[in-house]
Design a protein around this ligand. Sequence first.
Ligand code: M6R
Length: 610
Amino acid sequence: MCGIVGYIGGGGAKHIIIDGLKRLEYRGYDSAGIALAADGRLAVEKAVGRIANLEARLAEVSAEDSHAGIGHTRWATHGAPSRANAHPHTNADGTIAIVHNGIIENYAELKERLTAEHGVRFRSETDSEAVAHLIGLFYEGDLLAAVNRAARELRGTYSVCAMAAAEPDKIVAVRKDAPLIAGLGENCNFLASDIPALLKYARMIYLIENNETVLVTRNEISIFNEKMEKVKRDVFHVTWDADAAEKGGYDHFMRKEIFEQPAGVAETLNRGSDENGAIKLDGISLTKRDLEHIERVYIVACGTASHAGLVGKFAIERFARIPTEVDIASEFRYREPYINAKTLFICISQSGETLDTLAALREAKSRGARVLSVVNVVGSSVARESDDVFYTRAGPEIAVASTKAFTTQLVCMYLIALYMGRTLGTLPDAEYERVLLELGQLPDKLTLLLEDEPKIRDIAKRIYKNERIFFIGRGNDVSVALEGSLKLKEISYIHSFAIAAGELKHGTIALIEQGSLVIALASQDRLFEKMLSNIEEVKARGARVIGLAKAGNREIEKLADEVIYIPVCADEVTPIPAVVPLQLLAYHVAKLRGCDIDKPKNLAKAVTVE
Ligand code: M6R
C-alpha cells in the first residue's frame, strides 16, 4: 500500500513531492524517501518513520530548486522498515532511481541473475531494488525504452516511476495491477498512486491502465500501450474534495476495506503458496521434526483477531490433529497457562502492537514456547519478538473496525493448519488439495458476494432501530457470530450478543420474546439441519429471524423471515464468505444510525494499554 508521487516542472520539486506524500498518509507507511534531479545527478534521501523525519534530512540536501523528482512512502512487505529498504532505490552507480508500489514476484530470480551475470550487489532486502538494476542494465540514453524493456522482465504487481540522471527532464512510469495516475498542471506535470496526492495542484487527471507506460515531461504526458503505441486518453476532471478522494470514492474507510477483501485474500493466498500452488509459508521455518515435537497449540489474540483464532483452532485440530486452545490475551498471562518447550504459541494481531497480545507472547516465550505470529504490520513489536512471522497481506487497515485484517488472518490460519496437516501426514493429499482449491476460489466468490450490498442495505433499513440483536450459529459459525456481533456493537452501539445456537436452551433463550431479532448463521451443510431446529426454537418464541446460508440451501426460507445467501463453498472455509454480509450489515446499520463509523467512540485502532 505504498504511495508514489512524481513531479516535473519549474522548481520547488522537493516541497511539492513532500506535500503529495503527506496527502497519501492514509495509505499507511513506515518509511519515506525522495530522489531529486540535482546538478546532473540524482540526490536521494530517505528516513524511517514519519515524513517529518524525511523533511528534516532533506533540509541538508542542496537540491532546493530542483525541478523534478520522485517520492515514495513505503509500507514494508519485503524486509523490515529501514533506511536501506526505503525507496527510492538506485542502480549501482546511482544514475537511475526508481520508486515502486506492488510486489515483484520473480525478484529472487532477477536478483540471482543480476548478481551472477552482471556482478550487481544488492543494498536492500526489497524486491523493488531489482527494478532499479534492471532498468540500469537496459539504459542506453533512453529512459522510456529502458523502462519498457525492464517491464517485460517483471512478474507481479507494480507501478514504477523511474528517473535517469542523464535525462533530468523526464519521468517514466509503468503500471500493472497497482494504482497509477498522471496529473496535468500548469507548466508542470505529476504522477501519483492516488488522486489525493495531487488535488492541491492538478484536477485534470489521466487514469493509467494496466500494462501502460507513461512519459512525463514538464509540457507533456504521453501514454503508451504494451506495444509502445501512443494511446489517446480522455482527461478525468476531479471534482471531489480531499476527504472523499482519500477514501477512493468510498464514504468510509470501513466500506473501502470491506471491498478490498477479495484482493487481500488473493494476495495472502499468493504469498502463502509457490508457483505450483503448494503451500509455502514465507517466514516460517517449522520443519516436520519441529511439528512432531509439538504437543499443544495455544492461539492467543484480542477482539477480532481472537475470533480468527477460533477458526484457526478448528482448522489445526481438524487438519493437523494437535490439541489447540484459544485464549484471550488479557486473560492468558494471569492464569498460569500450561506451557513448555513442546508448546507452539500462535499469536494473531493486525497492528502487532496490542499490549495484551505482546505481554502474552513474552509470557509464552519465557516459559519456553516457540512463537509464531500472524501479523499485518511488518516490523511491528509482535513480529520482531516472534520466532516465525506469517504476514497477512491486507495492506494498511485504517478503520477501527477490523474487516480485511480478519479475512486475511483466516486465510493465514487455514494455510498454517493445512501446512501442518500435510507435513505431519495427518491430512490426506486429496483433502489438502480440495481445501486449497476451495481457498483459491474465494477471491472471486467474495467479489460476487459484495455485489449483494444493495440487499444487505435494505435489510439494514428494516433493522437499524432494534436496540438488541442476537447472533447464533454452530461450529465455525460461532466464531462468525461473535465477529458479526462485535462488528455491529462497536460501530452502531446496538447491544448485540452472540452465542452457540446449541447453548441457547441453557439460559439465554429466556431473553427471546415476541419481536426479538435473531441473526441465525447456517453456513455449514453438516450442521444445517441442526441450525434449522435452533431457528424453530427462537421462532416459536416470537423471534424475527434473518438467516444466512449457502446458495441452494433454500429449506431455511420456510423458517427465516429473510435469508442472506453466500456462494457455495466447502464447509471448512465458510467463515470467510459468511462474515462479509455481517460486516456490510454492521456498516449500513451504523450509517443509518448516524454513527462515526471509522472512529467509533471509546475505541482506538491499536490498543497499546493494558
Ligand atoms: O491489532 P490487533 O489485531 O492486535 O487488535 C486486536 C483488537 O483490538 C482488534 O481486533 C479489535 O477487536 C477490532 N478493532 C475490532 O474490530
